[in-house]
Design a protein around this ligand. Structure first.
Ligand code: UDP
Length: 408
């Protein structure tokens, strides 16, 4: 077994790695391609960054391709993203044309790789039309929807489903997100990589230096939300929760840690709204981090007393798993994938309002034993359910099923 697989076995157990080796043995040498629309920023890039090397380590010839486009393409795909998460947005013909043309241009570049691949996973809606643009494909193609599509805006879903319906299968994080489609849909929640810079153990000096770097007072409690600046992440709701908490815990400090994703054009506008709401409060720290600030985020999650993820819609929320892995109970929005991770009153609290969040923050701050006990449960819950070894096992099982189906 290689050093890397040994390292996974130490965290996830030998059985988890044995199982992966068994499932990957028949796929050795097969060409596997993942496609998404950004190499940095957001959960999909975070997963692929670590899953692709692990697949190669297991002997599956895996590559990661990224489609790109101009401003209109990202405007269109961000609107589609918002529409799948329920916003009743109208997308103009002009933007749809940019979407189709961008996919067509990317298909011209990627066609040789994609048509030759044995297995393809297309992540999210940005590259969804690639399947129809690769008529001589020989492999199995699966569409992976990472977002909360529980109540998509019908005209936008109707448009996208014309591309999605022809895939061999699709998979979602939650049963609630499944759609009317003519193929089998699977449930495979995402995961974190426990060996990555984002999640590995850090030495104490690295953790301690974070206080100074961001001018945080180590003697006072810290609440944190890590997220792209996106309205669905509800950063303004977090500021409201902080302000309510401040009334009874005046020493509280808030850190909002975020950065951009290259396929998210709305970030700057949301960041402006967040800065306006924060005003000149010196205890609100709004951080704009570079995309490779993994250890910084790791350390921030470790020094925080309270971690929030107050999203209004959430496909999964890797930030929740990341914090739980560091032994923090999470106060999360009662929505989507957060519900899969935050088991109310056990691994954290589910909340619907800033008032609810403030109440739970105060409760946890006043009961350090409870905070510690919930954090311990949260970490074990992640170990048993949301590590990359489980995630990859389910993906390889899915393709094994598809292969077996085509043999019978
Ligand atoms: N993230 C990051 N820097 C940031 C903000 C987020 O590295 O400034 C990471 C975060 O740690 C997590 C991922 O991006 O790994 C976000 O994934 P999540 O599923 O929480 O949300 P998404 O952005 O995909 O909606």
């Amino acid at each position: 077994m290689s050093d890397l697989l040994h390292a996974y076995a130490r965290v996830a157990g030998n059985d988890a790695v044995d199982h992966l080796q068994q499932l990957s043995a028949p796929l050795k040498g097969a060409k596997f391609v993942h496609v998404n629309s950004t190499r940095v920023g957001g959960g999909v890039a975070e997963i692929l960054m670590k899953m692709v090397p692990l697949m190669n380590e297991l002997g599956i010839d895996t590559s990661w391709e990224v489609i790109s486009g101009e401003d209109k393409f990202y405007q269109c795909t961000k609107s589609m993203h918002n529409a799948l998460q329920g916003d009743p947005v109208h997308i103009s013909e002009d933007l749809l044309k940019a979407y189709e043309e961008t996919n067509s241009k990317n298909a011209d570049i990627l066609r040789p790789i994609l048509e030759d691949a044995d297995y393809v996973i297309i992540h999210d809606l940005q590259p969804a039309p690639l399947l129809t643009l690769c008529p001589n494909r020989k492999g199995k193609w699966v569409w992976r929807c990472h977002i909360d599509a529980s109540k998509p805006h019908p005209p936008v879903w109707n448009y996208l489903s014309q591309y999605v319906k022809d895939y061999d299968a699709s998979f979602f994080s939650l049963a609630d997100f499944a759609q009317q489609l003519p193929h089998t849909q699977y449930l495979i929640p995402p995961s974190i990589d426990p060996l990555s810079d984002k999640n590995m153990d850090l030495d104490q000096t690295e953790i301690e230096s974070t206080y100074e770097e961001f001018d945080l007072d180590r003697k006072r409690p810290i609440m944190l939300q890590v997220s792209r600046y996106d309205r669905f992440k509800d950063p303004l709701g977090v500021i409201d929760a902080y302000k309510l908490t401040k009334q009874s815990v005046p020493e509280i400090q808030l850190v909002l840690a975020g950065g951009g994703a290259t396929d998210d054009p709305e970030g700057e506008e949301v960041l402006r709204e967040v800065r306006d709401a924060a005003g000149d409060d010196p205890d609100i720290h709004i951080l704009l981090l570079p995309p490779d600030a993994h250890k910084t985020i790791n350390a921030l999650q470790r020094i925080s007393d309270i971690v929030l993820q107050k999203s209004l819609k959430e496909g999964f929320g890797l930030t929740v798993t990341e914090a739980m892995w560091k032994g923090k109970p999470v106060i999360g929005g009662n929505t989507g994938g957060i519900r899969l991770q935050v088991i109310n009153h056990h691994t954290g609290f589910l909340v619907d309002t800033p008032e609810g969040a403030a109440l739970r923050i105060q409760q946890l701050l006043s009961d350090p034993e409870k905070l510690k006990e919930m954090g311990r449960k949260a970490k074990e819950y992640v170990r048993n359910n949301f590590l990359m070894t489980r995630h990859l096992r389910e993906i390889l099982s899915l393709f094994t099923i598809l292969d077996n189906q085509s043999k019978t």
